[in-house]
Every structure is written in structure tokens, then in C-alpha cells.
Write a protein that binds this ligand. Structure first.
Ligand SMILES: *Cc1c(COP(=O)(O)O)cnc(C)c1O
Length: 219
């Protein structure tokens, strides 16, 4: 199967309100261009250097999503162009994104990453930490970021019940937080679901799926 065919099959299976991020990490520009030529405009990368290299080489109408864990000292490299940062997990990081966005007179959209998996290795905030951040005066003062939703990753397991429970937990947090609105904070998007679990994620209320290997093949 070609990248184009894979992409078409996935797009055909997505409800209209669900956005597709084509996760292209480790793949060469020639592979990304096949997806681009098939109409894909949103790409997800997990390393800032690699994303920036690809951004420099590829057409300007692409929206680049940072889906990986972000180190504060690297925010400056993507601040000129990044469209959405999925994995924001601290106020410190939000402040740095805000600071860098200001330098480029931009407002950078962000998702706050929530910890739902029962694995120590995953990043993210608890619900209590999420509440603490968005209710803080420091957060309310940030004018160059906009939190537009939440992101989460389920446990790495074949057990569909565990995955469904974790996504459902995240949807509950999302529903709970949704009425809360500020100028810089409006929860509209829920990023959950990868190649192995995106169908469950959509059933559980996902609005953004991040799919790599089902489009580009195994890494
Ligand atoms: C790699 C990655 C994906 C895509 O994973 P696939 O299983 O290849 O679809 C999605 N989200 C994040 C955060 C990733 O790092």
C-alpha cells in the first residue's frame, strides 16, 4: 500500500469533525511530500530540530504540530512557525512559549497534556495540576498563548478495555473543564488516539487523532 492509499483509507474512516495529524517523525521529506501531494496539510513531529529542518524544506501552507515532550530551552526554534503544541505539561513551559511567541508577535495555540496512562514513563498533568495552572494569576497574565484543549496518551497495551477507560477518563476531565473560559483559554479540542487506538479514541470523543505508522509504515 502506498502512503497516498493509506492516507485516503484513514481519512475516509474519520468523522468530519475529527482532525488528522499525520505523524511523520523519523520519515524523510520525500515521504511527507507524498502525503502532501495527496492533500495532507497537518504534520506532527516529536523533535524540534527535525521539525524545523522539514519546515525549512517543505511548502509553507503546512501546519506543523509539535506532539513530543518539549524542553523549555528549545521553544525558541519552533516559535516562528509552529501551529499547535500538543504536549504542554507545566506553567514554566507555558511561560516560555508565551515569551517566545511575543518575540514573533504571535499567539501560539497549545494543548495541555493530561496523564492518563498507568505508566511511569508518560508525561502529563493530573486534573488537580491542570486546575491549579489555569486558575493561577500567572497563567491568566499570558497573552501570547492560547490553550485550545487537552491531549493524552493511553497505556501501551493490547487491552482495549484499559485503553477505553483511560480515554473516557480524559473525556470526563475535558467535559468538566470545558465551561471554563478565559481570553487565553478555551477548551475545544481533545487530542487522543494513535494508529493502534484511534477508533476507540473517536468513540470516546476525540477531535484530533495523531496517526503515524498506519500512514507512513513502521518506524
Ligand atoms: C509517535 C506518536 C504518535 C503516532 O504513533 P503511531 O503509533 O505511529 O500512529 C502519536 N502521538 C505521539 C505523541 C507520538 O509520539
Amino acid at each position: 500500500m502506498s502512503i497516498k492509499n493509506n492516507l485516503q483509507l484513514i481519512k475516509d474512516s474519520l468523522p468530519e469533525h475529527v482532525h488528522l495529524v499525520a505523524v511523520s517523525k523519523t520519515k524523510p521529506v520525500s515521504d511527507l511530500m507524498q502525503a502532501y501531494e495527496a492533500g495532507q496539510r497537518i504534520f506532527g513531529e516529536n523533535k524540534i530540530q527535525e521539525m524545523t529542518d522539514k519546515w525549512e524544506q517543505m511548502p509553507r501552507d503546512i501546519q506543523w504540530h509539535m506532539i513530543g515532550h518539549v524542553q523549555t530551552n528549545k521553544v525558541k526554534y519552533m516559535a516562528p512557525y509552529v501551529s499547535l503544541i500538543h504536549g504542554v505539561d507545566s506553567l514554566k513551559l507555558l511561560k516560555e512559549i508565551d515569551r517566545q511567541a511575543k518575540r514573533y508577535r504571535r499567539i501560539i495555540p497549545c494543548l495541555l497534556q493530561i496523564y492518563i496512562a498507568k505508566e511511569e514513563t508518560k508525561f502529563g498533568l493530573s486534573q488537580a495540576e491542570l486546575m491549579e495552572i489555569i486558575h493561577s494569576d500567572d497563567f491568566k497574565a499570558l497573552q501570547n498563548i492560547k490553550v485550545i484543549g487537552l491531549m493524552g496518551m493511553a497505556s501501551f497495551t493490547d487491552n482495549k478495555d484499559i485503553i477505553r477507560n483511560e480515554f473516557t477518563e480524559l473525556k470526563h476531565i475535558f467535559d468538566y473543564i470545558q465551561p471554563y473560559q478565559l481570553d487565553n483559554c478555551h477548551f475545544q479540542q481533545l487530542s487522543m488516539g494513535m494508529s493502534g487506538d484511534y477508533k476507540i479514541a473517536i468513540e470516546c470523543g476525540s477531535t484530533i487523532v495523531r496517526i503515524g505508522s498506519s500512514i507512513f509504515g513502521h518506524r
